[in-house]
Design a protein around this ligand. Structure first.
Ligand code: ADP
Ligand code: MG
Length: 579
């Protein structure tokens, strides 16, 4: 929580105003009993109507002034608290944007969402309260006690007796409630996780008839949150009546014992009334502080969760002095690269060395889980390698800024991702100033033009969130066109062509060959037919290179490659292709 106070910095001026208003408000409140005492003693007791009117008028004015201070104070406090939380959310979002894929493997989207929305909200609520009470409550407590003592020392034993009870109740509730708060946020995470899984996996849920199972799962998590919420609120709601009871008991005691002292002429009537009012103010601010103390641990739990995210140092950072090279040929070189995922037992890739040259197509083939996607992700520096070197255009990728590196690459991921917006907006994602003819050209090469034209509004047609209103193959082609618009030096297609039918696959690759004459092309593929004409084929097996060469060479030298080929092509086809 303390660490988050730095987000209040832009509001220094506001805080000063809040402080002044709070002092003014407390002063007004603490002055009122004094006036009251005067009215009773000098006005009512002396039958001085004129005095009652003037003092009463002053009293009303002071009360109104105090209330105005409170109102304006709350207004400014709310603005400060909401503003602070807005900066918090932006900061969280910014931090997450800098995450490398390694960090995304560690924190789930569900918890990121809870932390950015619900946890920041908890902080906001406490901030409003804290800004309102942090000044007024201590002033009222300290100055109120002094002024009460000033009225009558004897009656103070009532306060002395009641305060430990009050503090005891507060502490008891605090000990009970605090563990529940952290548990609450964790349970909210879980609720969000289930919701998230359900929404993204809705097709699977329906297809496997698991709706009722999912409902039960959600219900269980939902009930968890509810039960905990009820327990928390029970504790808080017990507090209010208990506190009010204590305050009322003290009032009765003050009037009872004070009354006796007034009768025995030890105390003026006005002083007794003033004392009563001070006592109520003191106990009331204690009550508010108690409420605050109950809410702070809750915000503290949230603050901890927010800080956890803010404190994550992205694994991958730009070098202090990035090398900018003017070479734009698009060479990619792996030199003895070994990479292990965090927490994995064995490396996903080991001892990988190869070169992909401009104007050439490098194909990567291998069984699922052999490390193909991992390999291409490393070129983009989504993860950092443990051993070896990856060079792009002769410079180690580690020594370039991530932005420069990725500007060289047109990447088509294994799983196509589109954003909500028009087709044109999606295609311009990597090059915002691309003209319509440029988009059209890229779409034509990606074999996407005809179906885009068929969509209502063509390039202005809306793509639904997640691209749900286009087919898998269409999504892939849009994703390819998006990479083509960039005209990069290096093209990376991660298993992009498997979602296309053979005919489209062939036509697309033919058009691509024209387009990518000067670029390096790296194609990950499942189908031998996709890569048969590649200049070099890398056969991956269990994270290692099992063979490297052209189709013909590999057929002779690489058993694994032969197995892959024979499992896909019939014998005559094999001969024809080899010939
Ligand atoms: P391919 O693309 O060839 O099917 P991948 O490169 O996706 O294979 O995966 C290679 C290996 O690395 C697999 O064993 C997989 O389980 C593991 N792996 C992939 N992604 C991650 C990740 N984010 N965290 C940990 N292990 C991973
Ligand atoms: Mg893959």
């Amino acid at each position: 929580m303390i660490a988050l106070l730095r987000f209040l910095k832009p509001y220094r001026l506001h805080l000063v105003v809040i402080f002044i208003l709070a002092v003014a408000q407390s002063a007004a409140n603490l002055y009122l009993p004094n006036l009251m005492s005067d009215i009773v003693n000098k006005g009512i007791a002396a039958f001085n109507t004129e005095f009652i009117w003037t003092a009463g008028g002053i009293m009303a004015a002071v009360a109104v002034a105090g209330m105005l201070c409170a109102l304006v104070g709350i207004y400014i406090s709310s603005r400060v608290a909401t503003g602070m939380c807005r900066s918090l959310r932006s900061e969280l979002f910014r931090t997450v944007q800098l995450f490398s894929l390694h960090e995304f493997d560690m924190v789930s989207p569900a918890t990121l969402i809870t932390r950015t929305t619900n946890d920041t909200n908890q902080i906001q609520q406490v901030m409003v309260m804290m800004l309102g009470l942090l000044i007024t409550a201590p002033i009222t407590l300290v100055v109120g006690i002094i002024l009460a003592l000033n009225q009558d020392v004897y009656l103070s034993w009532i306060l002395l007796a009641i305060m430990p009870v009050l503090i005891g109740v507060i502490l008891f509730l605090l000990v009970k409630a605090v563990p529940l708060f952290s548990a609450m946020q964790v349970k909210l995470d879980r609720l969000n996780l289930i919701l998230d899984e359900n929404l993204t996996g809705v097709r699977v849920v329906r297809a496997f008839n698991r709706i009722s199972h999912e409902e039960q799962r959600f219900d269980a998590a939902n009930r968890d949150v509810t039960d905990l919420g009820i327990r928390v609120n029970q504790l808080i709601s017990v507090m209010m009546p208990v506190m009010m009871l204590l305050i009322n008991i003290s009032s009765v005691a003050i009037i009872w014992f004070g009354g006796h002292r007034v009768v025995s002429m030890h105390l003026e009537l006005g002083a007794m009334f003033a004392f009563l009012q001070y006592a109520i103010q003191i106990l009331f601010s204690l009550l508010m502080v108690a409420l605050l103390f109950i809410m702070i641990p809750r915000a503290e739990a949230s603050a901890k969760r927010i800080n956890e995210i803010l404190a994550i140092e992205p694994d991958i950072r730009n070098p202090a002095r990035a090398i900018r090279n003017s070479d734009t040929s698009g060479r990619v070189e792996f030199d003895g690269v070994t990479f292990t995922y965090a927490g994995a037992e064995k490396p996903a890739l080991s001892g990988i060395s190869f070169r992909a040259l401009p104007g050439k197509t490098t194909a990567i083939i291998g069984g699922t889980g052999s490390g193909k996607s991992t390999l291409v992700n490393l070129i983009l520096r989504f993860y950092d390698i443990q051993k070896g070197k990856i060079l792009v255009d002769g410079t180690e990728t580690k020594k370039m800024s991530q932005k420069d590196l990725r500007a060289k690459i047109g990447f088509v991921p294994q799983k196509a991702v589109l954003f909500a917006g028009t087709v044109a907006e999606n295609l311009r994602y990597g090059k915002p100033d691309a003209t319509l003819p440029e988009l059209r050209r890229a779409a034509r090469i990606a074999q996407a033009e005809s179906f885009i034209e068929d969509m209502p509004g063509a390039f202005d047609a809306q793509v639904a969130q997640g691209g749900t209103n286009v087919s898998g193959g269409q999504m892939q082609r849009l994703s390819i066109a998006r990479a083509l618009v960039r005209k990069p030096e290096i093209y990376i297609f991660d298993d992009t062509f498997s979602a296309l039918d053979f005919k489209t696959d062939a036509m697309l690759r033919k058009a691509l060959r024209e387009e990518t004459k000067k670029s390096s092309v790296i194609i990950v593929a499942q189908r031998v037919s996709t890569i048969i004409g590649a200049d070099q084929i890398i056969v991956l097996d269990d994270g290692k290179i099992a063979g490297i060469g052209t189709h013909t060479e590999l057929l002779k030298t690489c058993t694994i490659y032969r197995e892959i080929v024979s499992s896909q092509l019939s014998a005559p086809e094999m001969e024809r292709e080899t010939a």
